[in-house]
Write a protein of this length. Structure first.
Length: 293
């Protein structure tokens, strides 16, 4: 019995060793995968050169740049894998941008050929690698027409409507550096529109916007230019009432009042009726207004 018991104990020990061996083998199988997961979790992703408002079907310039960082916040120079840009915000359900996946070089991914096929407003991007996604980028628009204006210079948007309406933006005299962006097209007609087309201007400083409407047949137009304005923020209209929110456009909309001394909100600086055209000059505070006539 003792011998049998001893044999039984030997069998039990072998069984236990077998279980231990199986567990060890499983651990050896799991370790590589766990190490790979830890590596991907250790890295994070940051958009270090932000997207900017861009013309449709035109490569975004300057290019978006993404950085892959280790747990200490340093660029992971060992990372040479794929980085993909996708939407964090896509209000209109636009298709993904073209050329939105590139291979990083020593932890840095640059997107020199990123293009967008649909006009839209309020987009934001995220960058992702396996196991990590960046915070959303700053917001940007995709527009039909984009004009770059150096500070203090006048830029014309060209014709923006079938009736010949055109516009121009002038940088504030106090602007000493930077770039003013004037964008046109892409917005639906505002609720207070009576004639003309749609303009939009984006800037980090004040602008003056001049809009010209040619007279029909060489005669003066039907009346002075009324400026219908749409903005993300509320403003006071020509009647003195607050601008009404239009859910169809996502804007506060209404006719602009005349400017008072030291204006702080959108307003009309001057109106002029000429023999060949009517013009209006609008004071446009910094932001992203759009305007119709």
């Amino acid at each position: 019995m003792t011998k049998v018991t001893g044999m039984t104990r030997e069998v039990n020990i072998m069984r236990r060793l077998g279980i231990a061996s199986a567990l060890l083998a499983a651990a050896l199988v799991l370790i590589p995968g766990t190490a790979a997961m830890a590596s991907s979790c250790r890295d994070s992703v940051s958009i270090v050169a932000q997207p900017t408002t861009t013309q449709r079907d035109t490569a975004m310039t300057p290019a978006v740049v993404v950085q892959v960082e280790d747990r200490r916040g340093h660029v992971d120079t060992r990372f040479n894998g794929s980085v993909t840009l996708g939407y964090a915000e896509d209000p209109g359900g636009a298709p993904p941008p073209a050329n939105n996946t590139v291979r990083a070089v020593r932890g840095v991914a640059t997107f020199p050929a990123l293009t967008f096929s649909s006009v839209g407003f309020g987009f934001a991007l995220t960058a992702s690698i396996q196991g990590a996604t960046s915070a959303p980028s700053q917001a940007f628009d995709i527009v039909d027409q984009l004009v770059l204006c150096s500070a203090g210079q006048t830029c014309s948007t060209g014709v923006v409507a079938s009736d010949g309406t055109s516009g121009s933006a002038v940088g504030a005299a106090s602007s000493s550096s930077g770039v003013l962006l004037a964008t046109g097209g892409g917005f639906p007609a505002l609720s207070c529109t009576t004639r003309g087309g749609v303009l939009t201007f984006t800037s980090d400083r004040a602008l003056r916007i001049t809009v010209s409407i040619p007279a029909t047949g060489g005669h003066r137009g039907p009346g002075p230019v009324d400026v219908c304005w749409g903005d993300d923020d509320p403003f006071v209209t020509a009647s003195g009432a607050p601008a009404a929110f239009n859910p169809a456009n996502g804007d506060y909309e209404g006719l602009l009042p005349g400017c008072r001394p030291c204006p702080t909100q959108p307003c009309v600086l001057s109106r002029n009726r000429g023999h060949h055209e009517d013009t209006a000059v609008v004071y446009a505070p910094a932001g992203d207004p759009h305007i119709t006539f």
